[in-house]
Write a protein that binds this ligand. Structure first.
Ligand SMILES: Cc1cc2nc3c(=O)[nH]c(=O)nc-3n(C[C@H](O)[C@H](O)[C@H](O)COP(=O)(O)OP(=O)(O)OC[C@H]3O[C@@H](n4cnc5c(N)ncnc54)[C@H](O)[C@@H]3O)c2cc1C
Length: 387
């Protein structure tokens, strides 16, 4: 079998927010990194892409916020929670390099991270699918892939990192044990409209459903509905557009009216739901980052923030290179994630009244503050912002 001829410090499988960020950080530390993805550069994926403060903090520290702005990503300066008819508006507090939040399309965000990884020296190959791992005894020593020309390749590495999403091939082949699973999973449907005209994030809730509007690139709003599995079966499955409009009207007639006056760009995307989980994040010669290692229901819009946070935790462990450092990576991931995971699972149950939901949002907010404090305490010096 042809080998890629080089030995890498790390082969990273998956070149989106988790994998590309990890590749960038490792390459910036001078490591030899190969970044592989079976998909194409700058493509979309199933995600409503709202970034929380921790994600923007990471992008600011990595010097990438000017690129978001250059791509026309609108700054988001407030989040409004609508509990039935009551609105709670929270302004984004400027500080630590975060003046606003952003919700870049994944074609924008993932491409920015991939470009930064390549500029830092990572080798990138899209259209290449990892099919197997090379092992010496229990230790993973490389990856076997099929490249864009259909050739099988073997790449040897000190570490193979699975950043390959919820269905992670690396996790499966390395035998990463499942540590914990969530109890609930919601369905999400979303689409894009111009002319909605709202500013900031808007999240609306009534018992049994949530909807929201997220300003994104090209003057569009991403408008979504989140529902429990029964509502997905009765209302969305089979007729997503009609179900989407009915749910939007039922939860927020005001948002439905704004959306009704706008123009839809493209079809409605539907995610039927998947229960969250934690997998063991590292073992001999392998590690997991992003959704490959830890996934939670998307209705709290925090997966990208987790991925950018954990990319740095993992990069620090790789640089230290000891078993203790990888154990510390897992411990930090779990300590920071568990409160988010538990509050998300409780919200995803849809077994709440609006007062309980507000308490769950307060718990989430507290967990996000801890996350940001951890990033600020442990993070390296800010790099000079690139144009
Ligand atoms: C409906 C929905 C809405 C969401 N909304 C939000 C939100 O508003 N905010 C937020 O923060 N998060 C949101 N999320 C979560 C967020 O999208 C994920 O947490 C995030 O995409 C995880 O990034 P990742 O890089 O770990 O994995 P992914 O984005 O899944 O990327 C994995 C990559 O690995 C590649 N890959 C997989 N297998 C292989 C292989 N064998 N060989 C080579 N390449 C491979 C894939 O091609 C893919 O490019 C949402 C998720 C869903 C489903």
């Amino acid at each position: 079998m042809p080998s890629s001829g080089r030995h890498y410090d790390a082969v990273i499988v998956g070149a989106r927010c988790a994998g590309a960020a990890t590749a960038m950080l490792l390459a910036r530390k001078g490591l030899r990194v190969l970044l592989l993805d079976r998909g194409t550069y700058g493509s979309e994926t199933l995600s409503t892409h709202a970034l929380m403060r921790g994600a923007v903090l990471q992008l600011a520290r990595w010097g990438l916020v000017p690129r978001l702005l250059a791509a026309g990503t609108p700054p988001i300066r407030s989040t409004s929670f609508h509990y039935g008819a009551d609105e709670l508006r929270i302004a984004v507090k400027p500080g630590d390099g975060v003046d606003a939040l952003f919700a870049p399309r994944r074609s924008v965000l993932d491409a920015i991270l991939v470009d930064a990884a390549v500029e830092a020296g990572a080798e990138l190959r899209h259209g290449e699918t990892v099919l197997g791992l090379v092992q010496e005894g229990a230790r993973v020593t490389g990856a076997i892939s099929l490249d864009a020309q259909g050739r099988r390749r073997e790449s040897s590495a000190d570490l193979v990192i699975g950043a390959d999403g919820v269905g992670s091939t690396v996790a499966r082949l390395a035998g990463a044990p499942m540590l914990r699973e969530a109890r609930h999973a919601t369905a999400t449907a979303f689409g894009y409209w111009s002319g909605v005209g709202t500013e900031g994030y808007h999240w609306h809730y009534v018992p049994g459903a949530g909807v929201g509007a997220i300003p994104t690139n090209a003057g569009l709003h991403c408008v979504f509905v989140s529902v429990p599995p029964e509502t997905y079966r009765t209302t969305l499955r089979g007729a997503p557009m009609a179900g989407f409009e009915a749910l939007l009207r039922a939860v927020s007639p005001a948002l439905a009216e704004r959306v009704g006056h706008g123009s839809r760009a493209g079809a409605i995307s539907v995610f039927a739901g998947r229960r969250g989980f934690f997998r063991r994040p590292a073992g001999p010669g392998w590690a997991l980052v992003g959704d490959a290692g830890y996934f939670k229901d998307p209705l709290t819009a925090h997966g990208i923030t987790d991925a950018l946070r954990d990319a740095e935790l993992l990069a620090d462990a790789v640089t230290a290179g000891t078993e203790a450092a990888f154990a510390a990576y897992g411990a930090a991931r779990d300590a920071l994630s568990m409160p988010l995971f538990e509050a998300t699972d409780a919200i995803a149950s849809f077994e709440w009244d609006l007062a309980t939901l507000q308490d769950l949002h307060k718990a989430l907010n507290q967990a996000m503050k801890q996350e940001v404090a951890h990033m600020l305490a442990g993070g390296g010096a800010p790099v000079q912002e690139a144009a």
